[in-house]
Design a protein around this ligand. Structure first.
Ligand SMILES: [Zn+2]
Length: 266
């Protein structure tokens, strides 16, 4: 019998198992006052190339996600413990270079009237997207027991995009998941304070949706388009990408892409 397993990202032979999401996102017992946030972690077979431990991507992701302002207490605490220890080991300009470009400090007023110093800047979206793509592939493998072969798109809810279209897509996807939650409510992940996820059944175009939530609030949306999926989705995306004024309907709501700003002036 052939027991050889393939990597979750490519067709090479797997040489180890990879945690999905990375282990370092989950607080260690020594930091969590004995609460176990590492219950039944997910691992998938991985080749050497796609083992993210080897590229420091895991630590990058941990520093990027644990520092988000809206995080729940588990995320905040993880930043104060593990993330701060990691930063102390780095060069001073590490944050500026790798995590948040144009880094500067700002001040916000919290709900209890106190001021809090926060970091502002441009997140390293390319690297963040690469890390999250690996997580999406890993969860797909875990869910369907096969490697995803097709096109993956993602939108990160916790990033403010400067592009209006991406912002509209973000609102659209958020709403779509809210509506579908009623029908298909299975949330997965045994450490939900750290991370949970939710897959959707394929839609009429063969598209599979995935929502991942880190530290209670940081949401990322993915759509998996298998090679065999039908044309309408592609067509719709082509219109949007080509700059055509396009509407997507969701129940009674309409989402407009490539808005024509001068319509009212005509
Ligand atoms: Zn691989």
């Amino acid at each position: 019998m052939n027991t050889e397993q393939q990597c979750y990202m490519c067709n090479r032979e797997a040489t180890s198992r990879e945690h999905v999401p990375p282990l370092c996102l989950f607080p260690e017992m020594k930091d969590s006052k004995g609460i176990n946030f590492r219950k039944d972690l997910i691992t998938v077979p991985s080749c050497d190339l796609h083992n993210s431990k080897k590229s420091d991507d895991d630590e990058f992701l941990m520093l990027s996600l644990s520092g988000l302002l809206k995080n729940n207490p588990v995320g905040n605490f993880h930043q104060l413990t593990k993330a701060n220890r990691a930063i102390k080991r780095k060069n001073k300009d590490f944050i500026e270079k790798e995590i948040l470009r144009n880094h500067r400090y700002g001040k916000i007023q919290t709900t209890d009237g106190k001021f809090r110093i926060i970091s502002l800047g441009n997140p390293n979206i390319e690297r963040l997207s690469k890390c999250l793509k690996h997580i999406a592939y890993g969860l797909f493998y875990q869910e369907f027991k096969e490697r995803f072969n097709g096109e993956l798109r993602m939108i990160l809810e916790f990033i403010e995009y400067s592009d209006d279209n991406i912002q509209t897509m973000k609102n659209f996807l958020k709403r779509r998941f809210e509506l579908e939650k009623v029908l298909n409510s299975e949330l997965k992940g045994n450490n939900p304070e750290v991370f949970y996820y939710q897959f959707h059944k394929p839609d009429e175009f063969g598209l599979i949706g995935l929502k991942i939530v880190f530290y209670g609030t940081a949401e990322a949306y993915f759509s998996f388009m298998e090679k065999s999926s039908k044309e309408p989705f592609n067509l719709g995306m082509k219109l949007i990408e080509g700059g055509m004024n396009t509407f997507i309907k969701l129940g009674e709501e309409k989402f407009e892409l490539n808005k024509k700003n001068n319509v009212n002036k005509a």
